[in-house]
Design a protein around this ligand. Sequence first.
Ligand SMILES: NC(=O)c1ccc[n+]([C@@H]2O[C@H](COP(=O)([O-])OP(=O)(O)OC[C@H]3O[C@@H](n4cnc5c(N)ncnc54)[C@H](O)[C@@H]3O)[C@@H](O)[C@H]2O)c1
Length: 267
Amino acid sequence: MTEKIKVAVSGACGKMGQAVIKAVLAEDDMVLVSAIDVANTGNDIGEIVENRPCGVLIEESLEKALTEKHIDAVVDFTNPELVFRHTKLILEKGSRPVVGTTGLRANELEELKNLSQQKGLGCLIAPNFAVGAVLMMMFAQKAAKYFGNAEIIELHHNGKKDAPSGTAIKTAELMTMQRDKFGEDNCPEIETLKGSRGGVTESNIHIHSVRIPGFIAHQEVICGSLGQALTIRHDSFDRISFMPGVILSIRYVMTHNDFIYGLDNIL
Ligand SMILES: NC(=O)c1ccc[n+]([C@@H]2O[C@H](COP(=O)([O-])OP(=O)(O)OC[C@H]3O[C@@H](n4cnc5c(N)ncnc54)[C@H](O)[C@@H]3O)[C@@H](O)[C@H]2O)c1
């Protein structure tokens, strides 16, 4: 019998962390060996997530868990202030990161890529694990070849710390691979209310971030050209939508020693 993948979840008590715990517990080829969070330490994570114990107590320190236990892969859904330090630590300790936390900057991604290559350890970072969202990004990239105007509206719950979303940034990056500049025929603009036109990428894609309680993760890409507009929209109504992508990524990092940014690269 092949050995089960020993998985740790960092940010285990969070909205995404709890969904990941449930998903990992349901997989036959995985075993949950650690649940890390600064909340509810000492409690059984199974009690919190499924109202029944699973034998894994919540521990506070990722570093301690990585030092004391054999952990094959760590799934991180914490927050933008921690994600770079956590991912670096996971690689330094010889484990494989699967990172959903958003907010990593380009220079940090570069450093993590170098570290993962240097260590020869698989590392997968995805701003969006929902397959539908990945397809939305791919379709937007395709559309960018034919549409010279593009704006992105991303909508999330009001507990989201970073703006714009990692998905919006990644979408704009993919679209910019098809065209250097968007909206070249726009007239010169005057913002009478600062920020009205949203954040602007170097390629002149405007990104607008909406934060409303109750929303999960939603995005609309509006592409325009002469006499027509194409709107590509994706909605995550439930955090379960991200789980097949997370599970696929855990298996991926165990069998590949490369650095991946974006789920599109492994679909
Ligand atoms: N990639 C994706 O598909 C995707 C989908 C949804 C959300 N996200 C991102 O995932 C991240 C988490 O989102 P969320 O809604 O679950 O947030 P959340 O606030 O519900 O959960 C974060 C958890 O991290 C814990 N935490 C704080 N400090 C910690 C530490 N030092 N060590 C371990 N845990 C710690 C918190 O106590 C909390 O339980 C955000 O960056 C969000 O944007 C990504």
